[in-house]
Ligand binder design. Sequence first.
Ligand code: ADP
Length: 479
Amino acid sequence: MDLPSPQLAWIDGQPLPAPGGATFATVDPSTEEVLAEVARCGEEAVDTAVAGARRAFPGWRDLAPPERAGRIRAVARALAGRAEEFARLETLDTGKPLSLARSEVDGTVRYLDYYAGLADKIHGESIPLGPGYLNYTVHEPVGVTGHIVPWNAPLNMVGRSLGPALAAGNTAVVKPAEQTPLTALRFGALCREAGLPDGVYQVVPGFGTEAGAALAAHPGIDSLTFTGSVATGRAVARACADRIRPVVLELGGKSPQLVFADADLDTVAAEVAKGIFTNTGQFCDAGSRLLVEESVREALVERLVARAHAVDCGPGGDDPDMGPLISAEQRDRVRGFLARGEAEGARRLGPGPESVPGRGYFVPPTVFTGVRPDMAIAREEIFGPVLCVQGFRDEAEAIALANDTSYGLAAGIHTRDLDRAHRLAAALEAGYVMINEYFTGGIGSPFGGWKESGIGHERGLEAVHNYTRLKNVVVRVAR
Ligand code: ADP
């Protein structure tokens, strides 16, 4: 693949080096080889990007909504036309299986189309105050929106928040994760080719503590959307609190999958395995805790361990079932949890370390049984292909275990009993509940966490209001 090095920031419709020419390396996690050097942006570059986005804002805001929609759709069409190229680039930078990268690029196209369709439907209401008065509300764009994006689904995460931000008439400055800046950068050039005005989509690659922190603290940013860890989410929210700026936080999870004895165990095994092994467990809504009714616990664990053994791990470009983790750091972190689980007395099942390639950041899919609720592996987000199994006797115990976490992102329920499914959906402290299929839902399904999993929602119609501010106008109409 044609990959010029260094990869430059994307500002005002052109590639720009970081001031001083500083760079950092982005690595292929499947091979541990450097793919390219990338501009290492800091405060100065962020300043330039924000200023450019500010200049571009009035022109973009004042386009007639159908025209704005048309521009976003043109970007979507351009991406659809080059989907394979972007999927391959994403696979190189993340190590994820090619088919997963393809589905994420396809999802990015759909985000853009979905929110383009919304651009001319962002309207307020009129409020009856009685004769002699007219009261109406207007949803205006906030201005320059900041987006700090993670590495687990890089371009897809850009599309998720960029779509509604642009549709509502804002411009955007995006800070991709340092592990995976390539697709967000190439997308800049694609936007220009597709006719998006310069400055509407700016990209400042760099480290979190440099470009990320500079963006979060920048006085020219009118809202911030952050997806990543709880610790960084706190830091970013504090930076926004100092300037009283709105934030959307999509943070971690320790999402339970609850399985009752009446469910079809073969189907459930497939869903649970998908929920934890897809993307090598690196999704914030990974179903990382299996809570299963005692009477079927053994039978389900047996099926899951068989599935873990059947997972084919390899370089993303070979389109295996499971690719590597994103980095040596994440691999060591996950290995640390594997060791800690065993040290705490849980039983580790599944293929051993010899089953995965020696080069690349691979870890084998793992199932832990004998997990107690107080163990670190049951409480902390591992962000790897590691499933923790706990048994329960009845619905009340299932709910208590499911809610015994500081997180509240997603939950899965597997049962054929409709009443129970809805009782549980109501009782679970999670922002996104899936019944009888994991990772189900669509762009229209609002996604967001409760508790320490975040603030606000993305996807769906309401996400557009992450990027608008409400104005109320009252008129005294003379008689
Ligand atoms: P992870 O630990 O999974 O890598 P992070 O929350 O650290 O997740 O990273 C998510 C995104 O936040 C990345 O784009 C990263 O560069 C950025 N980031 C990390 N630290 C900071 C920070 N202090 N301020 C702003 N952004 C940051």
